[in-house]
Design a protein around this ligand. Structure first.
Ligand code: ARG
Length: 460
């Protein structure tokens, strides 16, 4: 253990089992770029403050450039004995530049170092999530634009309720996703805080300048409390929560696509490129892409639960438990980025089947509310109007037609206030068109929504 970076006080070597159990370099090597960036900023700050000689800082930065190249070309051999990405890089640096490399860790601990690296990493990934969401919103808005006149039965309780424009339906998902993107932007404010300078837990005696290193790293804020800085991972928990909620929205969308693709609905034709077949049933085209998005949502929730549980019982300050923060984030990241890409591809290639939607409208009596509202305009109290419309539904159901299939005599027998013009009111397109109020499914409202989403996309 004498050759370990922390080996001074040890006499015996680490047990092989302990070495394997505690290593993290097999996965935290993913943080190499952030680790090197952070170390360069730290070295320059130390030199600027006269803590280490300028030449040493320069040697450190040149040496780190070389380490980075060695990592990227696959030349550098990661060593389990060196535990993690931080000690692997530092020890390679010292091999290359000697003495000066040993000055890099002045006024710093792996505790603020790892918190910094992870924050930089999470911030980078979150920028990618935002791009993935914007790309999907853009696909949704393109499909919505093409389907402003396509009408389908909107549901409550998954039973036909009222007719809506397909554009309005798709824009509901765009609206959720825009909130997800904004939530990530907000989360980034709390991710992009530099913990560098907190050192092990108590701060440091060196005359450091945390703001200088933070600003070199593009982080607008620095830690307020060194103990908090090294011991909390709330930024990662919050990030994975943002991913979880995004996945919830993608999963809802996936679920609807799966249902719509069932031939009993037939609302949508799946693209071959995002579907799979069956090894036994020749006719099958399965929505596996959407099913996997729905299924993988559980993994991301699992990562969120893992992170919440990792932090829940930790006394101040750094505890090795915190090493368990990275893998759940990596997994959530891979999953949400993959799911966003798949959904954008899938949705952009869906072929919506307007005739199947019209047939479904006919079966669902989704204009029954309009019939009641019509009677209200003729002075019938709403409760009575509701009842009369319900009787018309029962009659139409027994005859196997829609409300508009009933003759005026049949309608008048139910409510004498009904006149010829009721058929206009029952028309599905009119049901939609008459919903002019803000945020509703009417064409004016849909046009306003489309404009707003375009504006939102332009700002991105
Ligand atoms: N690999 C460690 C982690 O991910 C780095 C920090 C180790 N700090 C320590 N005091 N052992 O948390």
């Amino acid at each position: 253990n004498v050759d370990k970076l922390w080996g001074g006080r040890f006499r015996e070597t680490t047990h092989k089992l302990m070495e394997e159990f505690s290593e993290s370099v097999s996965y935290d090597s993913a943080l190499y770029e952030q680790d090197i960036r952070g170390s360069m900023a730290h070295a320059r700050m130390l030199a600027a403050r006269g803590v280490i000689p300028q030449e040493d800082a320069e040697a450190i930065c040149t040496g780190l450039e070389q380490v980075k190249r060695e990592i990227e070309t696959g030349e550098l051999v990661w060593k389990t004995e060196l535990e993690d990405v931080h000690m692997n890089i530092e020890s390679r640096l010292t091999e290359i530049i000697g003495e000066a490399g040993k000055r890099l860790h002045t006024g710093r601990s792996r505790n603020d170092q790892v918190a910094l690296d992870f924050r930089l990493y999470v911030a980078d990934r979150l920028e990618g999530w935002k791009k993935g969401i914007a790309a999907l919103v853009s696909v949704l808005v393109t499909q919505a634009e093409a389907h402003q006149e396509t009408i389908l039965p909107g549901c409550t309780h998954y039973q036909p309720a009222q007719p809506v424009a397909l554009a309005h339906h798709l824009l509901a998902y765009a609206t959720m996703l825009m909130r997800d993107e904004e939530r990530i932007t907000d989360c980034l404010k709390r991710v992009r805080v530099s913990p560098l300078g907190a050192a092990a837990l108590a701060g440091t005696t060196y005359p450091i300048d945390p703001e200088r290193s933070a600003s070199e790293l593009g982080l607008p804020e620095t830690f307020a409390n060194s103990m908090d800085a090294v011991s909390d991972r709330d930024f990662a928990v919050e990030a994975v929560f943002c991913a979880s909620l995004t996945m919830a929205h993608l999963s809802r969308m996936a679920e609807e696509i799966i249902i719509w693709a069932n031939p009993n609905f037939g609302f949508v034709k799946l693209p071959d490129a995002f579907s799979t077949g069956s090894s036994i049933m020749p006719q099958k085209k399965n929505p596996d892409s959407a099913e996997l998005v729905r299924g993988k949502t559980g993994r991301v929730y699992g990562s969120l639960m893992t992170l919440l549980t990792v932090v829940k019982g930790l006394p101040m300050t750094y505890n090795r438990d915190l090493q368990e923060d990275k893998e759940p984030f990596f997994d959530a990241d891979r999953t949400v980025v993959g799911a966003l890409g798949i959904m954008a591809g899938l949705v952009s290639e869906l072929t919506f089947q307007a005739e199947a939607m019209t047939r479904a409208l006919d079966k669902g009596f989704v204009n029954a509310t309009e019939l009641a509202d019509y009677l209200v305009t003729k002075g019938v109290p709403f409760r009575e109007a509701h009842h009369a419309s319900g009787r018309a539904v029962a009659l139409a159901e027994s005859k196997g037609c829609g409300l508009e299939g009933l003759s005026l005599e049949e309608l008048k027998a139910i409510a004498p206030e009904l006149e010829q013009d009721v058929y206009d009111v029952l028309d599905y397109a009119n049901c939609v068109a008459r919903r002019k109020a803000p945020g509703g499914t009417g064409p004016e409202s849909v046009a306003r929504q489309l404009e707003a989403v375009h504006g939102w996309l332009k700002e991105r």
